[in-house]
Write a protein that binds this ligand. Sequence first.
Ligand SMILES: [Zn+2]
Length: 246
Amino acid sequence: MIIDRNLWRPNWQEGHFPALPCPHCGAPLNVDDDSLVVKSPAHNIGLVDLTDIDNALSQFSFWFVCGYSKCAQAVAVSGSCTYQYAYDHDGKSITERIFHPKAMHPCPPLVKVDDDAPQSIRDALKASFDLFWLDSQACANRLRVVLELILENEGFPATSDDGRFVPLHNRIENWHHLYGALSIAQSLMAIKWLGNVASHETGVSRKRLLDAYEILSRLLKRLFPPDERYIDELADEIVNAKGRSD
Ligand SMILES: [Zn+2]
């Protein structure tokens, strides 16, 4: 599955909300316009007087509702709202609201997983979807957990038979030596690098997170059930860059 990068953008202009997938059925979500509430704090002088628009900050909430009427799943959304000057259709200067989502519940899925995949892998992925909006580093770390669980499921646990800890890097290499599936090993290594960057450096870019989801999406398709058709050029690119953003 190719991830639509625009769909998962970090902020939304008013009136241009993305049609994210329903967490229950995958159909596009619609905004319930009547549910939008923006609250502005009295202590934020820049906002109250609009004298310092760059520092003006409000909070918002609204509901997404699944567009498939027989599903009608509702998703609660909340986050911060900033302001910028823009021009309307008549060229008149207006103040525009920009929405920065921080939480969604239940969270739209970035990756579809087959029911054959173990529950632990599906649960860790689901947790990563929540973190995607809130904390990109924590999200990358959770994706590394997904990787650990995939390896464990495929017979490469973190602890060897004699009780020794086996580093993630070695477990991926063991996979490669046993199966020789270079593109899968490359995919695993790519996610590992992202996890490393998240743990040891500041910030993981949204682009790299979406790269990781795209790789995972292809990988999970191969493994549950197995499929050898896909080629991971993206994985090669991340491994070569050692997980850092462009
Ligand atoms: Zn739905």
